[in-house]
Design a protein around this ligand. Structure first.
Ligand code: PMP
Length: 394
């Protein structure tokens, strides 16, 4: 591993002209300062390269959008071919209709679709549509839904409940009769700095039933699980259909396009509110999404990812047992994660993940990882070797 000289120098330059140098969740303090690079130069397949020329097996994949692999020729080719003809036009293009039609065939809750640029756009549109649809204002939420004000802080109109706690949700609904416009939740529990949680048996159906009983719109935030755990999202696995679903990330292999899909009757309330942006109808990203969905489907890439993930998970479980590493393991093979409860042994997590980065594996210490279609057996072997070395060094 080459020393992180360029990372350090560029970070110093960035601090002069950008608040904090590296804003938001990508700030060096959120990794292990000194052990992780601060800036990356590029990516190919299941790897990323830092500005000092070090290569890493990438287990974070841009926080989820890279479902196939970095610089995937078929997707980038489709986007470039589209862009060559102009993609930011006065009016939407046929590709928007095609993508909406594609989503309607893939996602159980989808009868109609709207398109956006970010996950935050899609969840915020869901809130606005649910409020227009119900004439109510309160939102009950569970999970991370983006950076916009309604989900950044709790106030009188936005309440929250813990994942898998149906009693807490019922109490909130009863306490605010005929006031709750929407329940917005991730169908899978995946909070920052916590292990991923599967829904308890019957939990999602119980949420569906409560939403119906209270005349509340049910919104699944599948920005992370969509096109990742299943082409139809987690809702296709658990057999519970929400009214609205926010999707993004894995849909376009990194290109900025997200969507809100849902039942015709709820989606049509979009017409009685205002949702608009200069860039929402750009066709290039939609062409990239269609190409990504085409590869995901044709190659059964999600099955391949799940199979590789299951192998990796088995090996990781063996390693954890052998080395008595104080961690829990993600239940989803597509989203591997060794989570340290840092209150137990402070510092252990940073030493482990710092050593892993130095062994050429880019995994986030506090955020679950992802696997992509292009990860190969050699990549998985490097991940396991790195984990073994890091665990033994503790
Ligand atoms: N919902 C979920 C479940 C997410 O994971 C994220 C992003 N991490 C968002 C919403 C927000 O998406 P974006 O960062 O694209 O605005």
């Amino acid at each position: 591993m080459k020393p992180l000289v360029q990372s350090k120098a560029l970070y110093e330059r960035a601090r002069e002209v950008i608040p904090g140098g590296i804003p938001g969740i990508r700030a060096p303090e959120n990794f292990v300062p000194g052990a992780y690079p601060v800036l990356l130069r590029g990516g190919r397949g299941g790897h990323v390269a830092d500005v000092d020329g070090n290569d890493y097996v990438d287990l974070l994949l841009g926080y989820g959008p890279i479902s196939l692999g970095h610089a995937e020729g078929e997707v980038d080719g489709a986007a470039a071919a589209y862009a060559a003809n102009g993609f930011c036009l006065n009016l939407p293009q046929p590709v928007m209709v095609e993508l909406a039609e594609r989503l309607v065939t893939l996602v159980p809750s989808a009868e109609q679709a709207l398109f956006f640029k970010t996950g935050s756009d899609a969840t915020t549109a869901a809130v606005r549509i649910a409020r227009a649809h119900t004439g109510r204002s309160k939102i009950i939420r569970c999970g991370y839904h983006g950076w916009h004000d309604w989900c950044a802080e709790e106030d009188a109109s936005v309440l929250s409940f813990p994942y898998n706690d149906i009693d807490a949700l019922e109490l909130l609904l009863r306490g605010h009769p005929e006031q709750v416009a929407a329940i917005v939740m991730t169908p899978v529990g995946h909070d920052f700095d916590a292990q991923i949680e599967e829904p308890r048996a019957g939990f999602l159906q119980a949420v569906r039933d409560l939403a119906d009983a209270h005349g509340t719109v049910l919104v699944f935030d599948e920005v992370r699980t969509g096109f990742r755990v299943h082409l139809g999202g987690a809702q296709a696995i658990y057999g519970v259909t929400p009214d609205l679903t926010a999707l993004g990330k894995a849909m376009a292999n990194g290109y900025p396009v997200t969507t809100l899909v849902g039942s015709r009757v709820v989606m049509q309330s979009a017409e009685s509110t205002f949702i608009s942006s200069t860039y929402f109808s750009n066709g290039m990203e939609m062409a990239a999404a269609l190409a990504t969905l085409s590869v995901l489907t044709r190659e059964a890439a999600l099955d391949d990812i799940a199979e590789k993930g299951s192998r990796l998970r088995r090996e990781m479980a063996g390693l954890v047992e052998e080395t008595s590493l104080p961690v829990s393991l993600s239940p989803y093979p597509q989203m591997p994660f060794l989570h340290f409860d840092d209150s137990e042994q402070p510092g252990l997590r940073d030493r482990f993940y710092g050593a892993l980065a130095q062994a050429g594996v880019f995994a986030h210490p506090r955020h679950h990882g992802f696997l992509c279609w292009r990860h190969d057996d050699a990549d998985l072997a490097r991940v396991l070797d790195g984990m073994r070395a890091a665990a033994l060094a503790l």
